[in-house]
Design a protein around this ligand. Structure first.
Ligand SMILES: [Mg+2]
Ligand SMILES: [Zn+2]
Length: 178
């Protein structure tokens, strides 16, 4: 039976859009975002994520939060930002599947989870049974793209705070043609 379960899982793989946080979902301010008051969701994000969700993509945030290691803000403050993000998206019918963050910083010790390392993406691929070949990583730093590609996920490289919804339209138009 085990082989059948394995095969079924292969056929039923999910697809996902991996998202960097600052500059992709909320406004990049050029420095660590240390408090909830400085967390501004970019306006195009609501519609962009909604369309992706309607096309069957899981939505997963992958973010480096080295400010935790540097004690620039607490885990509580980070949770406050992420709860706010989840809440505002939910008001618009968008459910974030998960938020993964690396709380470490190399000046205070190495880890495997900080981007460009791909550990967090690989955890998500495994936990949510995601096919990397059908998935994308939207990021505004080279390390975002490297992180995705190390796990077999294609990168979508944008400028910080750039409106990426035209890419979403393009992607979804190719899906409908299949
Ligand atoms: Mg960024
Ligand atoms: Zn880490």
């Amino acid at each position: 039976m085990r082989i059948y379960t394995y095969l079924a899982a292969q056929f039923m793989k999910n697809k996902a859009i991996f998202l960097d946080r600052d500059g992709v979902l909320n406004k990049e301010l050029g420095d660590y975002i240390t408090c909830y008051e400085d967390f501004f969701i970019l306006p195009h994000v609501f519609e962009g994520l909604k369309i992706l969700q309607q096309h069957g993509y899981l939505l997963i945030v992958i973010t480096n939060q080295g400010g935790i290691a540097k004690k620039l803000y607490t885990l509580d403050e980070l949770n406050k930002m992420h709860n706010y993000l989840r809440g505002e998206l939910l008001k618009n019918g968008v459910i974030l599947t998960d938020i993964y963050f690396c709380p470490h910083h190399p000046i205070l010790g190495n880890c495997l989870c900080r981007k460009p390392g791909s550990l967090l993406v690989e955890k998500a691929l495994s936990k949510y049974n995601i096919d990397p070949a059908q998935s994308f990583f939207i990021g505004d730093k080279i390390r975002d793209i490297e992180c995705g590609e190390a796990a077999g996920v294609k990168g979508v490289f944008i400028e910080p705070n750039e409106d990426w919804t035209s890419w979403v339209s393009l992607l979804c138009s190719t899906l409908q043609k299949k």
